[in-house]
Design a protein around this ligand. Structure first.
Ligand SMILES: [Zn+2]
Length: 331
């Protein structure tokens, strides 16, 4: 029997969000040994983002003696579809300032290890499948709630990417044909109801009628909405309920289409737990064929805000194992 020496090789997992960068240094068992995160206007500043990623990677390596020598590779999660045939390309629709290219090859030059890039929701699904709420499931869907909304579709134990690697773009499923215009050109996409900016807009609009709300005390962000809802703030709770309802409409469609073993939610709002799940499940029950069973399998991520960078590191591990198994014929 072969067994891992958990710390023999180490991996950097990068979570490049729309407004932040986070980097985890993990061992081969998915344990996070170092962690660094910083807010950054990723969408508008490609050059600064690449520099920040390098800095945070260096900072993680500096925290663990011998880490640079043990580095196996770097995985990067990006908030856009990633073409599997050309992973350094970036969707010009989601991240126009990046000019269609991530430029993350620079990490390969600097750290002298292979760099892999993948869509963030796909990596969230991978992390849940290996280490989290999807363990033991061959078929499940992970939905990441953030500035954008994406889904990672695990089908038969593999990520299902579709013919041009754009599967899982659930944020751009239109749930109201007469709704607000979306950056993709459609109207009423799920992201225009549940995306980070939509939540903030909805909360700000509600402040006129709720001047006593906790949200009136400072900048409104998805994080402060989550915090205020946890404290029972009426405006925040109503924003969350509305978002849960819209999310439920999209998830009901997903359940009818894919019949996954579970739907796992990660990202913004998930610290609310049952306060998010209860109204969401109620909508799903009204709208799916085998409603109550399907609704009960909607769960919250077990990995929390570090799930995406953990997934990015897991991708490197999966690649290494794939190469090992193809070179010596074992698996
Ligand atoms: Zn859209």
């Amino acid at each position: 029997m072969l067994e891992f020496q958990d710390d023999a090789r180490l991996i950097l997992g990068v979570d490049m969000g729309a407004t932040h960068v986070a980097v985890a240094l993990t061992n081969l068992r998915g344990r996070i040994l170092a962690w660094n995160e910083k807010m950054h206007p990723v969408r508008s500043d490609p050059e600064g983002t690449r520099e920040l990623i390098e800095q945070l990677c260096e900072a993680c390596l500096a925290e663990v003696p011998g880490a640079a020598r043990a580095l196996q590779g770097i995985g990067v999660a990006v908030p856009a579809p990633v073409d599997h045939m050309d992973p350094m390309q970036l969707s010009p629709i989601v991240l126009p300032a990046w000019g269609g290219h991530s430029g993350l090859e620079s990490l390969e030059t600097r750290f002298r290890v292979p760099v892999y890039v993948e869509n963030d929701a796909n990596l969230g699904a991978m992390a849940e499948g290996w280490w989290g709420a999807g363990r033991g499931l061959e078929d499940f869907t992970y939905i990441k709630l953030a500035t954008g909304i994406g889904a990672g579709l695990m089908v038969g134990g593999e990520i299902s990417r579709g013919v041009s690697s754009a599967a899982g773009e659930i944020g751009h499923v239109s749930i109201d044909p007469n709704g607000e215009p979306c950056l993709c050109g459609n109207r009423g996409c799920l992201v225009t109801f549940v995306g980070g900016e939509a939540l903030v807009r909805r909360a700000q609009a509600g402040l006129a009628d709720a001047p006593d709300s906790l949200l009136a005390r400072g900048e409104v962000t998805p994080g402060t909405i989550e915090q205020a809802a946890l404290a029972g703030d009426r405006l925040a709770v109503s924003v969350v309920r509305e978002a849960a309802h819209h999310l439920g409409v999209a998830i009901a469609g997903l359940l009818n289409l894919l019949n996954p073993g579970a739907v796992i939610l990660g990202g913004s709002l998930v610290r609310l737990g049952n306060d998010l799940l209860r109204p969401l499940r109620a909508t799903v029950v009204q709208r799916t064929l085998v409603s109550s069973v399907a609704a009960s399998e909607i769960r919250i991520s077990e990995l929390g805000p570090r799930g995406t960078s953990l997934g990015a590191a897991t991708m490197v591990l999966a690649e290494a194992l794939r190469h090992t198994s193809s070179s010596d014929g074992t698996r």
